[in-house]
Ligand binder design. Sequence first.
Ligand code: HEM
Length: 474
Amino acid sequence: MTATTALPATATAPGPKGVPVLGSLGSWRRNTAEFLLGLQRDHGEVVRMRLGPMTVHQVTSPEAVRRVLVENNGNYVRGPLYEQFGVVMGKGLLTTDGEFWRGHRRAVQPVFLKNAVTDIIPNIVRATTEMLDEWEGKAARGEPVDLMTEMLRLTLVTLSRSLFAYDIKPSSRVLKLIVDDVVEVMFRRGTASEMLPSWLPTDRQRKIARIHRVFDRIVADVRAGYARTGQGPLISLMEQAEDPTTGRPWTDRQIRDELLTIYLAGHETTAVSLFWTLLAIAEHPHVQEEVDGEIGRVLGGTLPDAQSADGLAYTKTVVDESLRMHPPIWIFPRAAVAPDTLDGYGIEAGSSILLSPLVSHHNPRHWDNPMAFDPQRFTPEAVKERPRMAYFPFGAGPRQCVGNFMALLELRTIVAMINQRFRISRIPGDSLQYGSPVISLRPLRDVLVHVHSRDVKATPSTKGSAPLTCPVRH
Ligand code: HEM
């Protein structure tokens, strides 16, 4: 492993040879995650490869990741690999750079600050209670639960009510179809249909049209609701935002694209993480025991509030470890504007950079036995021992996930509430296929689980807690 060895700046990073014209595109398409993990194992922590016409560097050493995301972040823009996201999301926080991005980030940031997100706890509690009440019937009938779909529905309802005051009623089937389409069309696999002009009626274009139909309806409903009630902290910020360059209110297009971005970036990621965390707890009896102990001590039969959610310290380490093993955003790209040097290797202007939380989080240089699930890696002492950028499930620097506090709060609160009332068990013989993940690290097939009621009915806490107020004044 040569990543940290000082080399002349002109050195070319090592990497796979690939084949003429396509480079390593074949391996990338066959199983992207497997291929990228293999690059770190076989070539090191800054690896150069060709994917068709593109030169791409996979960067996984903490030092080089810090340089790209933090120290020299101005040199690394979204680039061509992010363009695919624009097909669905248009121009929003995820897909833009420069002044446009800065103005949007500034406008939406207030609702996502650490102190502000606790306001969503009542919505998390309500949506989770509704789901768990439904689970009682399923548990009694021995009916299996499709865990990923349930988590998608829960996080979508929570996000929609919390940020947009919109009570979305997703039919599980439609939701699943649409989210499946979104992840498929946004992930560039280098297939022929991605190269065809957008006016050709391909299957891909039909899916894009269907996504737009569904989401344009949601956007219209959210805005109509706001016009009627003036409620919804994030839609309120968007409706009142001004474009810093023109001084005019955001256009309909700006509001639509940003609203879509938040809906899409905010619910699937959190659902994927809930999925893996719940399964990890179910499959590690000692972790289950510790989680149960903490729920008993901290919640003691009451529903979480701002104070008790903050006290779920062990559950938080379980979530952190789950985000290490299964980071929902497992790769994301950048493009170098000017030449740079990463760990001594030259990076040409225009070349693409691939950052992979999945690969970095399995780097044996920083993680002993990386395939083992061990929440002890996230005690405050253990965290101090590691370079900060060995772990970045939410990215880092100015482009760090705007929803990270919201996601972490949702994750520990929902995980605690589910375990307070239910046990989850996998159905014997039902295999979990990882396969080649697309945008987010989802299982390839539906995973059905049994839920077993613990006969606990949690009630609101009678302890005094901070009043829950909206940070945005209407
Ligand atoms: C476990 C849950 C989540 C994970 C793992 C996650 C992960 C990430 C990552 C890795 C990035 C950085 C991408 C890059 O630098 O290219 C990002 C950006 C972003 N995330 Fe999240 N995210 C999560 C939840 C959320 C939530 C709940 C929201 C909003 C409600 C959200 C909204 C966004 C937005 C808008 C960006 C773009 C930020 C910018 O560039 O200014 N995410 N997320």
